[in-house]
Design a protein around this ligand. Sequence first.
Ligand code: GEK
Length: 245
Amino acid sequence: MINPAKDSLYSQPLGRIDSFIFDDQVARVFPDMIERSVPGYQTIITAIGLLAGRFAQENSVCYDLGCSLGAASFAMNQHIIAENCRIVAVDNSNAMLARFKHLLELQEPPPLSIDLKCANIQDIVIENASVVVLNFTLQFLPLADRAQLLEKIYHGLLPNGALIISEKLAFDDLRQQTMQIDLHHAFKKSQGYSEMEISQKRTALENVLIPESFTQHQQRLTSIGFSSCELWFQYFNFASFIALK
Ligand code: GEK
């Protein structure tokens, strides 16, 4: 169950390409899929651990929203030194959470405290938070729902709390947009994906993963009340930024 299987979900011609969902097929190959699809993924995960180490406060909660198999939770767990801090990891895919739970059970020594929740992140209560992570999750929410979720996070964060968001980005300038998409495809090819896999996956993600520009993210976060929002990482059209309360 935990052997990282190779992602070949789109390697054969598909007559009909269904919209992408986070089902068991995807959960089974997820570590390989995300590592070979998102430039800088592992660097971002490592840095989320370091950032959590800096921002986690005593007696508070660190949230991993859209946790998948828990990579960001495990990284945070490794670096948090604040006393009595717990991690709440949320995803609405049962397939992902079943695998995450299994990985948790294999951890030696057992993690301090990671609570798994199967829920839509739009429905959960966020409170007493010092760190909130949305690592490539916000992009899957309908555009119209994003501000409401970010407002809820803002209100649930303690003073000096941090929100870490990683996203695929869009660019206003057409030449930049074309270039960044081409370079992302070149990255995927360099990771062993064929033209057909890249193209079929792209079709499956259409209207499912909706990227926004960094300026849109930054403006929305500051208008909600965050005191600042800055990029700390970018590799082609994939970026991670941090908003401070
Ligand atoms: C990582 N953060 O490895 N509520 C709960 N979960 C959701 C929702 C929602 N409304 N929408 C999507 N998800 C992870 C990677 S993957 C990113 C995150 C990717 C979940 C979905 O089930 C999936 O597990 C995750 O968000 C997105 O650090 O595959 O590009």
